[in-house]
Design a protein around this ligand. Sequence first.
Ligand SMILES: [Fe+2]
Length: 409
Amino acid sequence: MSAPLVIRSTSEILWPSMVPPWPRALYCSGMSPTVWSYPTRILFGAGSASLTGKEAKSLIPDRVLLVTDAGVIRAGLTSKIEASLAAEGIQARIFSNLSSNPTEAEVEAGAQAYRSMAAQGVVAVGGGAAMDVAKLIVVRSRVDRSFEELDDAKGGDRFIPRELPPVIAIPTTAGTGSEVGRAAVLTVASTGSKTVIFAPSMLPRVAILDPELTVSLPASATAATGFDALTHCLEAYLAKGDHPMADGIALAGLELIARHLPRVLRDGADLKARGAMLKAGMMGAAAFQKGLGACHSLSHPLSAELGLHHGLANALCLPAVVDFNEAVVPDRVQRVATIFGAPPTPGSCGEVLRALRRSVGIAGGLAAAGITREQLPRLAALALGDACHQGNPRTCSESDFQALYAASL
Ligand SMILES: [Fe+2]
């Protein structure tokens, strides 16, 4: 194995919810500065998962809970990681009793496993669910309040301490980017609702991107998670707000996806393409601290209410959203079109995304996924209640959402 590439961003950690270290007078004058923050240490490279133990040693010296799921264990993806932890004298216990949409009961069971071994931190190996549960377990290790009280929409982040035990995140899919994110989602038992828990201290200390861990991902999951990464980059680039770093990362992520998503679908064992998609997934999540958009508001009810895969739901709604947004940000939309090989002309971006979708095996639209016209009014009401469209460059009404769903059928 060649030495992994270690990507370091700013050494100064600026967290949006903290008072930044510049003069108070700046605030008092009404000049609130924008905060740009990319603090995660990231190891990238084929075989880099075997360095987990070395990375963990200074953070989690003796006992670690390894959070993963049954599919990841069956695919044999944890063995190299367990061996590297053992080589450093770190005792690891596996917790894998979690589903693709984590519940409060699963998190509490994980927290119990964490307490019972007196763990000092968590290594998460898997997709977004494993990484989210890992973050929530370390929250629970320091906070007794109910997850309903910790709901970010209710200001629950004020109850979460600025220091939490460390999480090391090792993704086995290329899409969510949760390894560089500060949020986690779980279904809370008392409300039955998906609830976002957010705190800067939930950010993993280290992310390890090893393309060897994604080669066994089936084609359908590769396409859907790849479209999730694409949607993160595209929505971040179009989102309202001034964030040149996020814009640059989003454009670079889109270039990686345009070149490598079709390639990885042709040959799932292509490590270079798998690596490029892992980078793009991570970059999409780094970029969307700028904001997301209407596509995620459309896709969330499709997943929460009707069980559609999140990335697939994004893939099915994204072209219509791009067409809708082109009226207000034509230059940005047409710049994205050129990245995917289309001319910078009206409507070309939506069309090239539809063609890409077909080429990676996602045929048809929402109707082919079982969504009916009768379901659209309720879905549109839920989409309006979702927070993501606050970042969309064009304001969306409930009837806009209904039209966007209809255009995606
Ligand atoms: Fe997403």
